[in-house]
Design a protein. Structure first.
Lengths: 254, 261
């Protein structure tokens, strides 16, 4: 559910990577707000600084210029599931709890409930290698969600999955995000995925990433990603976003 | 009981036959070489005074079992090896982790470690005698010095090359460098630690024997040295066989420990 409460605010944020040989400008003068309960997708060509943006939001890196305000706990879901093979599914999902010293009977009971809800209870004691790609992704999502973050950062969480599985996992994830009333920032290079899931799409230009445009999506509140894909407006949004991306691309490379 | 298809059964049988063939061939090769040695001695093709023979080695073994000196020599060498191996293992883990957690320190020390590793440690042995005396300390130091530098370098390199993305996961979950170590690096490098340990135990044995050559009053290294000086080559050969046995047993202990883990 979208609200008017600002949870994330970026003001003129810039960031560059430094190596001995050169300085690579990754993000330049990025400003936008994210409201509580909103799902915002960030799309753009590869190398435009999408993942850098998530690193900044998660606090793994600090902006070199500009201001960044965040209201609430962050949960960051990486591109790969990174389940540890020497732990079973339950212990993998409890990794964050362990690290933050929040492992107690209550949180473990909550974790077990989540495993049941998301269909992994039968695999709680299995090794990660015994799980399918979709199940692994769900286990990774539970590992993040059980810490009860207010804001979810999703870095192409489905890029390792095949297309059908990806559609199902997206459906799942949006359901979970809406149900738990989370704010989410989704990084994707897949326009149709972004349009099917987000309330707003921020399109970044090629490197150095600047905001090309912000697209508001106006789908009915209760439509799932799959239902959105069959909505006639879907292809209109797709054309619009595609033109914006193409313009920014042409401006740089031709 | 699972029912296998005929083709599966045939495949399994073939695998089994192959395994048996290898096993018996190994034993046959051992017996063949020993017999050849024994026959060569009895037919005077070789001089058993210099080359010994399996039967003479066996008699030497029985003698030493009878006067109990065998247990002293084997026990001492094995004990010294295990002690220096334990010290090497603990020091290696500690130093490798220290280097991993402190990049500057690692960069400063790396050339020194490489230098110490390439240096033939037997060249240092006379120094050890002068510094530490004619005692077991010198033997232990010799054992440690052979293994320690290479094993630190191996383990540190392994830690350094460990998956960076898994570390990122720990940081995204709110962890710090200590968590990266305890949740990712150490559990992931258990197989590597064991394979380094298997190499180390052999190297420690090498160092201990070098040490015993020089300063010992007992032990297999001493027995080899003493035997060669008084031309009791049976003792020398016996000691070499016993060393093979010790190396095998120590390696097996580690292999079993690894499986248990």
């Amino acid at each position: 559910m979208k609200t008017n409460i600002i949870t994330i605010q970026l003001e003129h944020v810039s960031f560059a990577y430094h190596s001995k040989m050169k300085e690579t400008m990754a993000l330049q003068d990025i400003s936008f707000n994210v409201y509580k309960g909103e799902v915002v997708a960030i799309v753009g060509p590869s190398g435009c600084g999408k993942s850098t943006l998530l690193s900044l939001l998660s606090g793994l890196r600090k902006p070199e210029e500009g201001q960044l305000y965040i209201q609430g706990e962050i949960g960051y879901m990486l591109q790969k599931d990174h389940l540890l093979e020497w732990r079973n599914v339950m212990d993998n999902a409890a990794l964050g709890l362990e690290i933050q010293h929040k492992k107690n009977p209550q949180t473990l009971a909550h974790l077990k409930k989540m495993l049941t809800i998301y269909g992994l209870d039968a695999f709680a004691l299995s090794k990660p290698s015994e799980l399918s790609g979709g199940m692994r992704q769900r286990a990774a999502l539970i590992r993040t969600l059980v810490l009860n973050p207010d804001i979810l950062l999703l870095d192409e969480p489905c890029s390792a999955l095949d297309y059908q599985t990806k559609l199902w996992v997206n459906e799942d994830m949006i359901k979970i995000i809406k149900k738990e009333q989370k704010t989410a920032i989704l990084v994707s290079h897949d326009l149709s995925e972004a349009i099917s899931m987000a309330d707003r799409i921020i399109i970044l230009s090629p490197r150095p990433g600047t905001i090309q445009t912000i697209l508001h999506l106006d789908f009915p509140e209760d439509e799932s990603p799959l239902q959105r894909r069959s909505n006639p407006e879907f292809s209109q949004y797709f054309d619009l976003a595609w033109k914006e991306m193409k313009n920014s691309y042409d401006a740089v490379f031709t | 009981m699972t029912q296998f298809s005929l083709r599966q059964q045939a495949f399994l049988e073939k695998e089994m036959r192959q395994k048996q063939f290898v096993f018996f061939s190994r034993i046959f090769l051992f017996i063949f070489l020993l017999s050849l040695w024994e026959i060569a001695g009895r037919q005077k093709w070789i001089d058993v005074f210099f080359f010994s023979s399996p039967s003479r080695i066996l008699y030497a073994l029985l003698d030493m079992v009878k006067n109990k000196s065998l247990f002293l020599h084997v026990g001492l060498t094995m004990g010294e090896t295990l002690l220096s191996f334990s010290i090497v293992t603990i020091l290696t883990l500690f130093v490798a982790l220290l280097l991993w957690s402190n990049r500057a320190l690692a960069q400063i020390l790396e050339p020194y470690l490489i230098l110490c590793n390439s240096l033939p440690k037997s060249a240092l042995a006379p120094l050890f005698i002068v510094w530490f005396g004619h005692n077991v300390k010198t033997i232990l130091i010799a054992g440690i010095s052979v293994a320690i530098f290479g094993s630190i370098l191996t383990l540190y390199t392994q830690f350094k090359e460990m998956n960076d993305e898994k570390s990122k996961l720990i940081y995204t979950l709110g962890g710090n460098q200590f968590h990266v170590l305890s949740k990712v690096i150490l559990p992931a490098s258990v197989p590597m630690i064991f394979s380094t340990m298997k190499v180390n135990i052999g190297l420690c044995l090498v160092g201990v024997i070098i040490g015993e050559f020089l300063v010992a009053k007992a032990g297999l290294g001493y027995l080899i040295m003493y035997g060669s000086q008084v031309f009791k080559l049976d003792w020398v050969m016996l000691s070499i066989f016993l060393l093979c046995g010790i190396a095998l047993i120590l390696y097996k202990i580690l292999a079993i420990a690894e499986k248990k883990l």
